[in-house]
Ligand binder design. Structure first.
Ligand SMILES: [Zn+2]
Length: 76
């Protein structure tokens, strides 16, 4: 009894070509240096877009805000 050859999915060259083109035309995300640590980061889009912070510093900043908020409310 012969084993049946496993049919591999054949990707048509047209689809391959399209996929290649879509990768080539897709622009890499613009990166900026983090204003705090200098790491490459993707600039924010939105109200805080002027600040170039990597996600680490962004999180640190957000947690710092939360801390100061808690301290403010604790003092009242
Ligand atoms: Zn940073």
């Amino acid at each position: 009894m012969k084993k049946k050859p496993i049919a591999e999915p054949i990707i048509s060259p047209e689809i391959l070509e399209l996929a290649k083109k879509s990768v080539e035309t897709e622009k890499p995300p613009a990166t900026e240096s983090c204003a705090v640590c200098g790491a490459l980061c993707t600039p924010l889009t939105g109200p805080q877009a002027s600040e170039n912070l990597c996600w680490v510093c962004r999180r640190l900043k957000i947690s710092a805000w939360r801390d100061s908020d808690q301290q403010m409310s604790a003092q009242e």
